[in-house]
Structures are given as C-alpha cells and as structure tokens.
Design a protein around this ligand. Structure first.
Ligand code: ADP
Ligand code: MG
Length: 703
C-alpha cells in the first residue's frame, strides 16, 4: 500500500514533470518545450504531437483512460470534460488510441453554459481552452478512473478571457516587465524574469457526512442557515493548534498523500481557532502554479473527505457565531536569479531597492485599496470580513514596528538615520537607516501585513480562487513599478532621485499604513478620517472594477479590457442574486417542511399533556408557559416565512442584475434573518429528540 511509500517517491508521481519530459522526449523537442515554458511563445504542431504522444504513453502506463482540458471558468471552481483515448478501431478490430498535439494544445468546449457576463452572445457559443505550458499536466485519480488533466486557459472566440487563469497569466507578465525595469535600475543585468509567488493557507471545516446529509442548507448552500449556538464555543481557546483527533488525522494523512502525488507541496496542518476547523498550507510556488494547486487542494479535500465519511466545508462562514474561514495570500516577488525583492538585503543597493519596492507597494495598495478589497469579495466573505474575527472590510497595511519607524522618519524629516533595533543590514547612504530583517512582529488584525520577506493578504475568502486577488495585486504593483521606472530611468543623480521617490511615495500614501488593532471600532472611525474606503459588501465593491482609474490600470497592462471588466461586474451581481435566492428558498423549505412541523408536533404533545393533567385535576404551570412560548415563536416564524416567500417572488420580477442583487441584500437578507431568529429559539425550546436535523453541538464537537 501507498502508506509505506517514501514521501519523496510519492511526490509528483502523478505529474508529468520536467524530469519525466526529459526522460521521454527527444532532446530537441524537450529543449523547445522548456523554452516555451520559460519564455512563452508557441510550440510547433510537430513538437506538440511528440509531446502529446509522450504524455499519452505515460498516462496510459499509469492507468489513464481519459484526458481533459482542466480550466477555471468564472464559477470559481474548475471544469473538465473527459474524452477517452479511444479512436477508430483498426481493421482487425483492435483499439487505436489517439491524443494528438492539437488535442493537447487546444480544446473547444461549448462555452454557452459558463458565466460570461454577456461576453459571449448565444449564437457564438464557442469557447476555447489553450494549454498553459507553465503548469504541468497531471493524473487525477477519482471515481471515474484515472484522467490526464491538462491545465488550460479558457477564452472566447474573440479572445476575451472567460476564466480566472488568463488574467492571472497576463498580470504575471505585466509585473515581470515592470519589475525587470526596477531591478535593472540597480544594476541587475542577469535576471531575465521576475515572478510573483503565492503561498495559500487554506482554512476549512470538517463535519460528519451523516450529519451533513441531513442538513439541506449545507447541501445546497455550503453553510448553515439555522442553528442555535452550542453551549460551548471557541472561548476556551482549546482547539487552535490542539492535538489532532484520530479521525481527522487519518483524513489529513490521506489528503497529504494524494496532494503529494499531484505535486502539491502540502506542508503544514493544524487545528484552527474554531471547533471543527483546520488549516492546510503548502510551500509557496509561482502564483500560476500555486493557484492551480490551491484548486487541487480544495478539490482533493472534498474527495478524500468522502472516503472518510466526512464532508469538507469551504464556505467562508458555515456556522454563525463561530469563526469563519479565510485563505491567506502570501505574496512575494522573485527574480530568476533567486532574489526575493521583498527581502531586505545585505548590501546597500539591495536595501535601497527594498525600500523603493516597499514604497511602490504602499503606493499601489493605497491607490487601489478599493480594487484590492473587491478582489477578496464574495457572497460568503461578506459574512466574515469586519466581523471581529477576520480583517475588516477596510484595506490597510501593517509594516511592523521597525519598518514603520523607518517610514515615519523618512516622511517627517526626509532622513531616517536611526533604528529601533540593532541593525545588521547596511544601506550605505547616510540618509537611510540599516534595516534588520524582522519577521517576528505580527499583527493578526491587519488585512495586508508585511511578514519579513512577503506580504500576507488576509482578506481572501476560503472558497475563492487565488487567481483574483493575485491578479489585482500583480496589476497594481506593476503600475507603481512602471511609474517609478518612468521617473528613475532618466534621472541625472540616481541616488538622490531614488531617495526622493521613496520619500514621495511614502509621504503621499502613508495613510494606508496602520499598525494598531484592525478589529477595533476606533479604527473604523480613524480610517474614515483618513479617507480610506470602507466597502461593506461584495456588490458594493463591484463599481471599483470599472472606475476610470481601474480601467486605465487594467487596459494599460493588457490584463482586462473595459468590456471584460464590465462582464465580470455583471457576473458578480448575477451570482450574488442567485446565491441569495438559493439560500432564501432553502430556508423556506427547511422552515416549512422540517422546523414548523416538528415544532407543531411538540406543541401538540405539550397541549395534550396539559389537557390530560387538567383532567386529572392538576395544573401544569411550567408546561403551560412553555406551550405559550412555543406557540408564540411558531407564529413569529410563520409570519417571517410568509414575508420571505413574498419577497423572493418580488425579487424574481426584477430584471436588472444590479438592482436585483441589491434587493436581495437590502430586503431579502434581513427577512432571512427574521425567519432565523424565532427558529433558533425554537431549537432551544423543543425536545432535542424532535429537532429535525443535527445541531451545531452535534456537528462541531463530534469529530
Ligand atoms: P503563518 O505563520 O502565517 O502560518 P508561514 O510562515 O507558515 O505563515 O507561511 C505561510 C505561507 O506563506 C506558506 O504557504 C509559505 O510557504 C508561504 N511563504 C513563505 N515565504 C513566502 C514567500 N517568500 N513568498 C510567498 N509565500 C511565502
Ligand atoms: Mg498566515
């Protein structure tokens, strides 16, 4: 069994790695493929044919029967359509397997059933998938058997992006070009590429499958729509980093093995703050690969959980009153010569470069705080951001005590020549201080924190693709780099000019830096005084996608056209309304068919007991009170249910996507809360044996 296999033997077993290519491809083809992987461009059809044959042989040797282009449409999850390697049989009836270079490079799935926000008119249903050579093909082992998966980008006939990967790749390219200009300024002539890296910490909940299957809300919406708090929550702080229970441990063990086989460098696992909550973090990789791998992590988690009689909840807020789940986007920039631009270096040049890069990121985040906020928004995350457990909906940056002090000195006096802690790094310029690498200063309440040699963007929701936030981050930083390079490339006195620019960037944008408690009320007020955007919901964040500033940014770097941005806006509104509609209908269904019948049965039994007692000459005060309370709550629930039903009907009449989304947020959502309230109280009143589905207590403390 695999259990005994060495971890290094297991690793990337199911990936068509560069090593396997080298083994199986003729030298010349291998060289060409590597060239395309490194420098972009297209593979010739004859090379693609050779590559396809090698891939097919390898896949079939490992039991694969099918191949698929694996892509990431705007649904947020991955899509695949399987084709068997089956061709026309030969004259003697033997099966001839096929998989050509063309099959490898390009696919043509019907795009009409994927969200496109109006980009693809119905008469033009064609969509194309194109092999993303920078992400290796892999074998997926699932119920359907073994399938060769080819990571692809998905776009329309006119070349408009219909997925999350295309813009991400475009943003990486933009950032590469601009970051190279920056490193050249400091005399780096060796590097030929700068790549963004991403480390995605993934939080999730595990529940027992038997219980999950009794909860329509979990099945249809991924979160509980009803549920009274358990007597014990997370107040004892005994779950975080606690000993991992056996059943969960067995799941994690299998999950790791499956991920390693897929070449996903799963590294860290631990219990999270909330009961039933856990985290998995892989080693960081190039953003594109890390994004694919995060999708694989989410997918594999779900599959492995089923084998253990468990279900994974990736929703941002599966349980009200219990911490939700996020996905931290750890982001940094590295040259192909191995230099992390976010690492304060050991030479004067590097430290000045570091400060320039830092000041550009400060400028980028301040200028586009609204876009960054937007990039981390989704329906589920609305329930989490700003809820005293997750970063607020206000974007701010945390630099840590030492860097913050440097910034303050630079801004106040133009000279920063002292440092709080003993410095070990030299800037060599008398006006800049030595900076000591400092990763220990953590502020968990900041949505965007510098953690030693990377930034950690903590707003992203647990179910989101990493692509969205990374694309935005790459784009806004590319712009700040481009501005800086424009200014510095022609400078007479470079040292002076760079010093002035660092100071200017920091002075103009220091309002985005906040070292205090991001969860506090005071910060909300302070942020308002500073003029920082506070965008409370997903749909209120949509307009930031199409401001002049955003369109200019994305078009300048060829990441999104205005049309693509408009289509994405439309999809967000549509998706919001659809999600809320499903939630409302699910609540109605559960209240009507499960909660109210159970409560009425309970009330009937109470009434019967009271009547019987009265007949026997006794008066049942307690029970009478309980009955009255129950009946009152049933009435409130019924009223709220009627009202919710009415509003959902009204919502359906609204034709405009934006208007409909706002109706759901402002009118339907509060009505859902009204229905939940009496039902949750009823749960605490009604005999547990009669409650129609598992409670928070059952689900959160059993594993
Ligand atoms: P935490 O204490 O927040 O859990 P870790 O140091 O464990 O942080 O790192 C969390 C994630 O950050 C991991 O996925 C890790 O690989 C990633 N990471 C570490 N260094 C970098 C870097 N330079 N660039 C991007 N991600 C990184
Ligand atoms: Mg972290």
């Amino acid at each position: 069994m695999e259990e005994k296999e060495r971890i290094d033997a297991l690793y990337a077993k199911n990936v068509f790695t560069v090593a396997k290519m080298k083994e199986r491809l003729p030298k010349s083809v291998f060289k060409n493929v590597l060239g395309v992987m490194k420098n972009g461009g297209d593979l010739s059809l004859s090379d693609a044919d050779v590559m396809a044959k090698a891939m097919k042989d390898w896949a079939m040797e490992n039991g694969a029967t099918h191949y698929t282009h694996w892509f990431q449409p705007l649904t947020g999850i991955t899509a695949e359509k399987h084709d068997a390697f089956v061709g026309m049989p030969d004259e003697e009836g033997r099966m001839v397997t096929t998989f050509t270079g063309k099959d490898l490079i390009k696919g043509e799935p019907d795009a009409s059933s994927f969200p496109s926000g109006g980009l693809r008119s119905t008469f033009e249903a064609r969509g194309y998938t194109a092999w993303d050579v920078t992400s290796p093909a892999f074998l997926k082992e699932a119920g359907t058997g073994v399938t060769l998966c080819i990571p692809t980008a998905f776009y329309s006939y006119k070349g408009e992006a219909l997925d999350k990967k295309t813009p991400l790749l475009r943003s990486m390219e933009a950032l590469n070009r601009q970051a190279l200009r920056i490193v050249r300024l400091f005399g780096d002539t060796q590097s030929t590429r700068v790549t963004s890296s991403t480390g995605a910490e993934q939080e999730y909940f595990l529940v027992d499958a038997k219980e999950y299957l009794q909860r329509t809300d979990l099945i249809f919406t991924g979160r509980t729509l009803f549920g009274a708090p358990a007597p014990k929550g997370q107040e004892m702080e005994d779950h975080y980093f606690g000993v991992i229970r056996e059943r969960v441990g067995e799941f994690m063990k299998d999950l790791n093995a499956e991920l390693w086989k897929l070449g996903v460098p799963a590294k860290t696992q631990h219990n999270e703050v909330a009961p039933g909550q856990h985290e998995l973090a892989p080693v960081f990789e190039e953003s594109n690969l890390a994004t694919d791998h995060n999708q694989l992590i989410m997918e594999t988690m779900k599959r492995v959980a089923e084998h253990h009689g468990l279900r994974v909840l990736l929703h941002e807020k599966p349980f009200a009153g219990v911490n939700g789940s996020g996905k931290h986007n750890n982001w940094s920039l590295t040259t192909d010569t191995g230099v992390n631009l976010l690492d304060p270096g050991e030479t004067p040049e590097r430290n000045i470069r570091f400060l320039l890069v830092l000041s550009c990121i400060v400028k980028a985040v301040d200028t586009h705080a609204d876009l960054l906020r937007q990039s981390a928004s989704d329906v589920g995350n609305d329930l989490r951001l700003g809820a005293n457990e997750a970063p607020p909906a206000i974007v701010s940056m945390f630099l840590g005590e030492q860097l913050d002090d440097v910034v303050r000195q630079l801004v106040e006096t133009g000279i920063a020549d002292r440092h709080i802690k003993g410095g070990v790094l030299k800037t060599g310029v008398s006006t800049l201080p030595d900076i000591r690498k400092d990763a220990t200063d953590r502020n968990r309440t900041s949505p965007f924190a510098f953690t030693g040699n990377k930034f950690e963007f903590r707003m992203v929701g647990s179910s989101d693709s990493m692509a969205t936030s990374t694309t935005t981050l790459n784009a806004i930083v590319a712009e700040a780099f481009s501005d800086a390079a424009d200014e510095l490339e022609g400078a007479q006195d470079f040292d002076m000019a760079v010093h002035d620019l660092i100071k200017k960037n920091l002075t103009e944008h220091q309002r985005i830096i906040f070292e205090g408690n991001g969860y506090s009320k005071e910060w909300v007020e302070e942020a308002a005084r500073r003029g920082l955007p506070n965008i409370p919901s997903t749909i209120e964040a949509v307009p930031s996608l199409t401001t002049d500033k955003a369109v200019k940014l994305f078009e300048k770097f060829g990441i999104f056209t205005k049309t693509e941005l408009e289509s994405r806006s439309e999809i967000i509104y549509e998706n919001y309304a659809k999600t809320k509609n499903i939630e409302a209908l699910t609540m109605i269904d559960m209240a009507q068919k499960q909660i109210l019948p159970a409560c009425m049965k309970f009330a009937g039994e109470q009434a019967e007991t009271i009547r019987a007692a009265a007949e026997a000459g006794a008066v049942f005060h307690t029970q009478t009170k309980l009955l009255q309370k129950t009946v009152g709550l049933i009435d409130s629930a019924q009223d709220a249910l009627d009202q919710l039903e009415h509003l959902v009907e009204e919502a359906q009449k609204i034709g405009d996507a934006r208007e409909q989304a706002f109706f759901y947020k402002d009118t339907v959502d509060p009505a859902m809360a009204e229905l939940r309230k009496p039902c949750d109280v009823l749960e605490t009143v009604v005999d547990k044996k009669e409650w129609p589905f598992p409670t928070y207590e059952d689900m959160l403390f059993e594993l």
